[in-house]
Structures are given as C-alpha cells and as structure tokens.
Design a protein around this ligand. Sequence first.
Ligand code: P1T
Length: 389
Amino acid sequence: MNTKDLPGFATKAIHAGEEPDFRSGATGDVVVPIHLSTTFAREKVGLPTAGYEYTRSLNPTRKALESKLAALENADHGLAFSSGLAAETVLLTALLKSGDHIVAFDDLYGGSKRLFNNIFNKYDIRVTFVDASDASLVEKAITPQTRLIWIESPSNPLLKICDIAAISRISAAQGLILVVDNTFLSPYFQKPLGLGADIVVHSSTKYIGGHSDVLGGALLLNHSGYYEKLQYHQNAIGAVLSPFDSYLTLRGVKTLALRMEQHQKNALDIAKYLLKHPRIKRVIYPGLDNHPQHALAKAQASGYGGVLSFEINGNQSDAEVFLEKLRVFALAESLGGVESLVELPAVMTHSSVPPEIREQVGISDTLIRVSVGIEDVDDLIADLKQALA
Ligand code: P1T
C-alpha cells in the first residue's frame, strides 16, 4: 500500500509511515516497533544497513513519525524534534545568518518570542513584531534584510487569524520564507502549505501527541533544498525526538481526527455558555460569529479548534480565585491534550513577554486561556458554573 495515495485524513493518520514490512525476515508489524538502538551495525565498511548509521541522524521509529506527519500536512518532507522550540531553533539556525531580519506576529507563544528576542538577537538576527492579522502591516515591516515571515493562526493566546494566502503572496513576491506555526488547529483543520506557506511548525506536544505525556516538535515542508539544510542542522545540533517519544506521538496522532472534532464541539458549547454569563466580559473563539475574523477562519480552515480565551470581570485576583476553584479543569500551561486545561497567560505562558508589550498586544491580567478537552461537556460546564458562582 502506498500511503501517499491515501485520500482520507483519518486513514493517513493511522496508516502513513507504518506500512507493514513483508520483506524476508521482517515480521509484518502493524505498529512500528520502538527502535531503541542508538547505533546500527553494518556488514561492509562503506555500506550502512538500510541507510541507518546512528540514531541522531536517522532512526526507524522517528522516521515513521516524520513520514506520517508529512502525509498529514500534505508535505514531501517531515522532521521530528525534541520539542516545538527545538524545531524552531533548528529552523532559524539552518535558514538564517547574522544580519537577517524576521517579521513576526506580535501574538505568538511567549517562548517563541523569547527565543527570537533573547537568544537569536545574540547572533544579530533581528525581529519586528506586527499585528499580522492585518496583512498590510506585515508588508510594511519588510526591510531589505528580511528573510523570513513567522506567523501563528489562530494565535496564542488571543486567537487572532492571519490571512495565510494573502501573507504568502506578499512573502513570495519578495522571495521570503513564510513559516506558519499550525499547532492550534493541527493538520486536521488547517493545511498551511496548501495556502502558500513554505514551512509548517508544530509543537507536537499539543494536539498531535494529544495526551499531555510527550514533548515534541515538527517541521513539514515541500522545498527539498530547505529540507536538506534542516536535516543537516537537526543532526548537527542533535535536537531529535527520542525513539520512545516518537512511538508515543505515533500512537497519539492516530486519533487526531476524532479528538479534534470533539475538542471543537466542546469548545463551541463552552464558548456559547460563557458568552451568556454575567461575570464574563468577552469571549474569544474563532468559531463564534462575533469573532472579528470568523469569516476568514471559516474560509481558510475546516474548523476552529479547541482553544478559547475569555476575560472575566474584575481584576487579576478575581481571575485567580476563579481558576483555583475549578475542579475538572486543571490549572496548567500547555494545550491540546484530552484533558481540559486553563491558565492565566499574563502570569503563566506569556510571563516572559514584558508587561508593556502584553498590554499593547491585548493580553490583560484577567485574560484566561482554556484548552477544552474531550470530557463530557456537561461536566465541564458544571465546573465552570460552580467556579463562577
Ligand atoms: O513547548 P514546546 O513543545 O517547545 O512548543 C513551543 C510552542 C510552539 N508553538 C506554539 C503555538 C505553542 O503553543 C508552543 C508551546 N505552548 C505552550 C506550552 C502553551 O501553553 O502555550
């Protein structure tokens, strides 16, 4: 079976990269084994066995995951890393050099901003942050040194939407590389490469892994020249996903289609519940028709995902009291797992963003981010109700 020809997302999620091996001596496993070996013996000095030499450069379990994730993003190439930030680090080191400039969305995961501002600035790579939900601001920020545009859509934590196709036209016209972090929607709901992006980034720690038990990152792309550079840097830097973590991610991603549908269904019910609650100031969810970019979200993706944010009336301590009263929702960073999580971005995921920048971007002290899990939604709503009472 050639899984490249498989049309359906769920079928690919289950079979791609894990075709049973019927060659002589192989066992026909329907689940790819965890190849723990760090090194691979060969019979002849110049001839690695089946192309494998050393696990940092290539490992069969990681390769299965890389193939599966590439199939899910309709990409020719995939690479799996030890975290989302490891994937981002390899991307920036492989494709940029000192003096280069990045135009990035001002509403990105705080850790991505920290990586740009506090690490890559040391190597004279500069970033201009703009509200990329307005594509014209991206275009205005481009300088002769710009090499790369970096966006998330929906963004973390304000769930703003970028017009990926419009930004890709701007990027292509100037010969730039467009990177889209697709963590929030996962390839189930959105395929940025089809909208003109050059490279898709994932924190596979989130929906792809899906069970809050494995950290990982991925890069998916079609461009063979960039892929060779990225693979070279992945090996040279050593930021690879381990065989066991590759297996956990392979196992998790098989149910991505089912999980995403349920995350979204629960998120919409919760968004509608919060919208009517007198203690809630505003609800941000791209699936609500009051979201300013609802139409764009609907046009460029097949769903809205499972993350929503809202502001509670009062001050930060009112928000903290509410958060600490929740019983089913865990008060924790991260998102995309089967269990519901809530957090206060200003104090938790985005605390590395300076307060004046948070204020400018709109991350207030009462903004609460929810990663809606796949529990029974009535239990989730009852929990919110008691904590808001
Ligand atoms: O945590 P890590 O696997 O290194 O991924 C970083 C990352 C990259 N991109 C996005 C959109 C992310 O949300 C993250 C990680 N985010 C969280 C931990 C969080 O709670 O938002």
